[in-house]
Design a protein around this ligand. Sequence first.
Ligand code: MRU
Length: 354
Amino acid sequence: MSDPFRTIEWKGDHIRLLDQTLLPLREEYIEIRCVDEMCEAIKRLSVRGAPAIGVAAAMGIALGVMHAEECEPELSKRFYEVCSAIASTRPTAVNLFWAVNRMKALFESNRNLSPTMLKKLLIDEAILVETEDRRLCERIGFHGADLINDGDTVLTHCNAGGLATAGYGTALGVIRAAFEQGKKISVIADETRPLNQGARITSWELMKLGIPVTLIPDNTAGALMQRGLINKVVVGADRIASNGDAANKIGTYSVAVLSKFHKIPFYVAAPLSTIDMTLKSGTEIPIEERNSEEVTHIGACRIAPEGVKVRNIAFDVTPHELIHGIVTEWGVAIEPYGQSFDKFFLKAKEETGL
Ligand code: MRU
């Protein structure tokens, strides 16, 4: 089944993005023509979801140097300025920094090339990050589909679908692969306050794919689990520490605790680019806090008194003890996660050289 939308696309002289802030009311694409526009699009979540942010970062860098002066050190100066602008947009999804580092490694190992050649190389790499991501998601789906049984009802939180990646999705990729194998499954989508990625994006995406979905307020998950109406939980991740602790959209930790109490398997699905082996545990993961208006308002409508004190923590960390398995493009990692990850990184290096 082909994707019913294109999350992000390189168009030669600009980048085309499906503006996720407008979904599901309007399906509008925006044209990004400079790095500042890309930084703004990432910050306001027009493009969002860890792997999609990685693709946006790589493309934003390529776009940012495209019109730089054709001489060293001007190109070099511009390249590093663009990299730091992109790196300062959002702190939690490690895919963003993974993409920046990948572009830096390419730039630094090809300094001998002419500026024209170097620019072309950066553009080709950004396009490659996008095409690779789609393939990785399909492989995550392939490995994860076995975890889903015929007849399962699967709960997911936030949006880890095609819109959070270059296509197909991570958590939704697992669900989609099981569905495409003919398993009769249905999905419970948490609305995911405050920005409602579950209500606005996940339910929209699943309906487009014809996968049965029921939307619930976040505080309904426990009641459904208590009634035996949820068999599995699959979520995405923004950054996973080397011990398997996983940061994902705020509310994920609560779902994991509920799953543990109700003995429901809880899985995380993410590519290796989401795993940060430099971090010993989830306590080291930088957690984004966003502005209070996202909590006091729904869209343009105020729902809380003016002046009320607000906390808007965008992500939480689920400890590895609550996770039954982490589905990657190289297989399903299990405890001890560090060992599984080492094995997968080695395999990836042997087979792809990356
Ligand atoms: O703030 P967002 O919408 O970028 O947060 C997205 C999530 O938390 C996703 O679950 C995560 O990035 C995984 S995407 C495959």
